[in-house]
Design a protein around this ligand. Structure first.
Ligand code: FES
Length: 163
């Protein structure tokens, strides 16, 4: 093929435009994912499919981006996000028992959500309140010095949320 009439700037420009549009869409993706998660509490599959069509981005690419960030979730979350601190101080002061008790009482494993969406159970590294060990966080609140009695109060508070 004769390349005498080749306009290299034009060729680069075409690709540059494509890259630019693709980057623009990718730049929009994360704020949109945040909005969806704010509205629904997680990223419903159907919402991602619709987003894929709207932005003309492959669904796999959207999932790859969303999976990269731990703050995005692909299944419904509980009203209370309970995180048991498994840092050293909490571990030494009985975090394992705290976790066990929550698992038994709500019949879920770490990473799961109760069927009625009352609570999601997670573990976390040190939350910086080692003096209060053992510690759990409930949404943004820290509940520390979890004695047996305090555990009962915590469980009751979570259960009431589901009623
Ligand atoms: S180890 Fe649990 S708060 Fe530091």
């Amino acid at each position: 093929m004769d390349i005498e009439g080749l306009d290299i700037d034009k060729e680069i420009g075409k690709v540059g435009k494509v890259i630019c549009e693709h980057d623009k869409k990718k730049g929009l993706l994360i704020p949109i994912l945040h909005r969806i998660q704010e509205d629904y509490g997680y990223l419903p599959g159907e919402a991602l499919e619709r987003l894929s069509k709207k932005l003309d981005l492959p669904l796999a690419e959207i999932y790859a981006v969303a999976s990269f960030y731990h703050q995005f979730h692909f299944s419904p979350r509980g009203k209370k996000i309970v995180r048991v601190c498994m840092g050293t101080a909490c571990h030494v002061r009985g975090a394992g028992k705290v976790l066990e008790k929550l698992q038994e009482r709500f019949k879920i494993e770490v990473g799961e959500t109760t069927e009625d969406l009352t609570m999601t159970l997670e573990t976390v590294g040190c939350v910086g309140c080692c003096g209060l060990a053992p510690v759990v966080t409930v949404n943004d609140d820290v509940v520390g010095e979890l004695t047996q009695k305090k555990m009962e109060g915590l469980i009751k508070m979570i259960e009431e949320e589901g009623e």
